[in-house]
Design a binder for this molecule. Structure first.
Ligand SMILES: [Zn+2]
Length: 218
């Protein structure tokens, strides 16, 4: 059983001070880094997504048109334009721990990490299959949109999914709560990142085949 961590859209524009900053976003960035530092062997694969929109385009109606107000459901203020500071990972997210970087939303709305590809053109589905990943923990931003869509896709693709509820933050409290309830109903397990440690030794049980010592099991 291989495990992956999805880090969804922990970008400057989705954290405090960003174009579409959610409250608690910076704390999510720091919390994910802490989790990975404390449990470097918890995951066989760490995959991070970034919303990565085209400049000079409404990206398929995703950006509110000039002069109209975003509805914060289907249309949004300009955010995460490719190559801008807003599209970069938040500084508190330790990018060193990320094995694969996925970009999504070029010219269109894309909420799920499954809609993106790596720079080499690999889909997330391919990456997970190539690495025989069956279990996925999900953290990041925002609970009620991209975390929700990514976790639902992972469940639909037959993976065992856990959402790290203390390492997500949402646009709206009510819709975030509804999203977590929907995910639980769909089969996701809702856990705290504190519970990841309890699973750590078990997750390391089949790591010998990748050449790493198993002495962390002691
Ligand atoms: Zn977007």
């Amino acid at each position: 059983m291989k495990k992956a961590l999805f880090i969804i859209d922990v970008q400057n524009d989705f954290t405090e001070g960003g174009a579409l900053g959610v409250e608690g976003g910076a704390a999510v960035a720091a919390g994910i880094s802490r989790l990975l530092a404390e449990h470097p062997d918890a995951y066989d694969l760490v995959i991070a997504s970034r919303d990565w929109h085209d400049p000079d385009s409404d990206n398929g109606g995703h950006f509110a048109l000039a002069g109209s107000s975003p509805d914060f459901v289907n249309t949004w203020p300009l955010h995460c334009v490719a190559g801008t500071a807003g599209a970069e990972y938040h500084d508190d997210l330790s990018a060193d721990s990320i094995d694969f970087h996925v970009r999504k939303g070029q010219g269109r709305p894309a909420y799920s990490i499954y809609e993106g590809t790596t720079e080499e053109g690999d889909t997330v589905h391919q990456l997970l299959d190539d690495h025989a990943v069956t279990e996925i923990d999900v953290a990041g931003l925002a609970t009620d949109y991209c975390v929700r869509a990514s976790a639902l896709d992972a469940i639909e693709h037959g993976r065992k999914v856990r959402v790290l509820t203390d390492l997500v933050a949402g646009v709206d409290a009510a819709s975030s709560e509804a999203a977590l309830a929907e995910l639980a109903h769909a089969g996701a397990e809702l856990i705290s990142s504190q519970q990841v440690e309890a699973h750590g030794p078990g997750a390391g049980g089949d790591r010998a085949d990748d050449g790493r010592a198993d002495d962390t099991l002691a």
